[in-house]
Write a protein that binds this ligand. Structure first.
Ligand SMILES: [Zn+2]
Length: 378
């Protein structure tokens, strides 16, 4: 019996038999992509399993080391993964920003954090275990986007990608490249999904034959999205990768076709769904949230009394937390909501200059935000 077979034999003792059979089939015969960031809600539907038994089986499989569990912070605008964490505790930024959407968001457990499962390398090696070797669009589908994006079918996606992509380059760490483009009159985005760097270019006005130039530097600093206006005509785009990983900058036409790629969503397993799952509570004993964790739970129906020590913490911290909006892990009771100004989650979350798919308005708002954009030296 191989190691994997032995693990599945143990898994069968604790999880639903049909769910285990479906998972074993997936590990044995599924594509690499199907074993990366698995959307359990999708998996349950595809295999005619109840969602609870599928979630339970994956959790037991993760406990045995067959899969790795990941908590990913999502951008509600483009469905990109802004941050991936192996534990919920390590997710502690007060705000996440998306360069592509030029917007900032306060993470919420019931909408902005997804939980996915990826096969462990000891169970099976897949391409996504070495993301820096994935071709550009595989990088997008397997690493950049969350499990909640509902992409068009493959041939439609290929056609849309061809339409929106003016050019792209794979730029190894420390290297430079120059792209020579002819800019059409359109709204363009230069975006790298690895460093999450973006530059908006509004191409308009009289066409020119004079060569325009723009330099972009990619590094680990998540600078604000730059925005500039250029004229239709030739552009010399200099790219320099100062990060320690390969980057994949591409120049896109941000029109309807781009929105057709990014625009559709499907259900995914939210952090809230997982935290309220009985198997999860049994396995992890709710030792999941930090006392000081900066996450919001927008829905007051969240049952947190079962989390370890939460009742006590809640009582102790209730008042101070209610006075510190956007910093508390627990919701304030209804009677205290007024102290937070009665703001809905929506107001708090959308704090940028507009969000995808309305990239054009983002850029207009973003013009003032382009201050100190050291990356573009036009
Ligand atoms: Zn985004």
């Amino acid at each position: 019996m191989s190691d994997a077979e032995a693990l599945f034999a143990v898994l069968r003792q604790s999880a639903d038999a049909d769910a285990v059979a479906a998972i074993e089939q997936l590990v044995g015969a599924g594509t690499d992509r199907a074993l990366n960031r698995i959307n359990v809600i999708d998996f349950a539907a595809e295999n005619r399993l109840s969602e609870e038994s599928a979630i339970g089986a994956f959790l037991h499989a993760a406990r045995l080391g067959i899969f790795d569990l990941s908590w990913n912070v999502l951008c509600p605008g483009c469905s990109g993964v802004l941050d991936a964490n192996t534990t919920l505790k390590s997710m502690n930024h007060e705000e996440y920003s998306c360069a592509l959407c030029a917007a900032g968001y306060v993470p919420t457990l019931d909408e902005m954090v997804e939980v996915t499962f990826t096969v462990n390398p000891r169970t099976r090696r897949i391409a996504a275990h070495t993301p820096n070797e994935l071709p550009i669009w595989d990088y997008y589908t397997q690493i950049f986007w969350s499990s909640g994006i509902d992409l068009p079918d493959e041939s439609t996606l290929d056609r849309l990608i061809q339409y929106i992509t003016l050019d792209f380059v794979e730029l190894p760490a420390g290297e430079k490249a120059i792209l020579s483009l002819t800019l059409p009159e359109a709204f363009l985005i230069v975006f790298d999904p690895v460093t999450h760097a973006a530059q908006f270019i509004d191409v308009k006005g009289e066409p020119t034959r004079e060569r325009q130039s723009l330099s972009l530097i990619f590094n680990k600093v998540r600078a604000p999205t730059g925005s500039m206006v250029l004229r239709p005509g030739p552009l010399r785009l200099s790219l320099e990768n100062r990060s320690d990983v390969r980057v994949l900058p591409a120049v896109w036409i941000a029109g309807d076709q781009l929105h057709m790629i990014f625009g559709r969503r499907k259900p995914f397993m939210t952090a809230k769904r997982l935290l309220t799952n009985q198997v999860f509570r049994d396995i992890y004993h709710a030792d999941t949230l930090n006392v000081d964790q900066r996450l919001k739970i927008t829905s007051l129906t969240f049952v947190f009394t079962d989390l370890k020590g939460s009742t006590e913490l809640y009582e102790r911290d209730r008042r101070s937390r209610c006075l510190r909006p956007r910093q508390g892990a627990f919701p304030c009771p209804p009677g205290d909501r007024g102290r937070r100004g009665g703001r809905g989650g929506e107001d708090d979350r959308r704090r940028g200059h507009g969000h995808f798919p309305d990239a054009r308005s983002s850029a207009q708002g973003g013009t003032t935000d382009a201050r100190g954009d050291a990356r573009s030296q036009g």
